[in-house]
Design a protein around this ligand. Structure first.
Ligand SMILES: O=c1ccn([C@H]2C[C@H](O)[C@@H](CO)O2)c(=O)[nH]1
Ligand SMILES: [Zn+2]
Length: 140
């Protein structure tokens, strides 16, 4: 098996484990994510909901915010899993946060519990993302 395939399998397994910790009393839709750092660490995230529904934090953002707050800023890939018919599709907020914190060419593995997996990139998930550069030259 190729190094990349082994890396992907490990990351998906970690995302499945992370999903077990989801706090989802409202949606009953657990999601898991696992982020691979450049130095080979895996940082897990799950979705965490709230009685004030709009405060839910997705699995992807949990993993990214955990990583950043612990001093890891360089990422190699992320895997996301949910019990969806096809590979899970990250929400717009997570796409925007990935566009901010990850390189556009970074791999994103999207999968479901039946192992239906697709690979994409941060750039493909949000073409034309609003970014740092858009804040320049606004005449202020
Ligand atoms: O990629 C996704 C899609 C949805 N959710 C969460 C948000 C909410 O808690 C629940 C239902 O939308 O799933 C994630 O964590 N990641
Ligand atoms: Zn999201």
């Amino acid at each position: 098996m190729s190094k990349e395939k082994m890396e992907m399998k490990k990351l998906i397994e970690a995302a499945i484990e992370a999903r077990e910790r989801a706090y989802v009393p409202y949606s009953r839709f657990p999601v898991g994510a696992a982020l691979l750092t450049k130095d080979g660490r895996i940082i897990k995230g799950c979705n965490i909901e709230n009685a004030a529904y709009s405060l839910a934090n997705c699995a992807e953002r949990t993993a990214l915010f955990k990583a950043m707050s612990e001093g890891y800023q360089d990422f190699e890939g992320i895997a996301v899993v949910a019990d969806t018919p096809g590979p899970v599709s990250p929400c717009g907020a997570c796409r925007q946060v990935m566009a901010e914190l990850c390189p556009p060419e970074m791999k994103v593995w999207l999968t479901n519990l039946r192992g239906k997996t697709m690979v994409t990139t941060v750039g493909e998930l949000l073409p034309g993302a609003f970014g740092k550069g858009d804040l320049d030259g606004n005449g202020q």
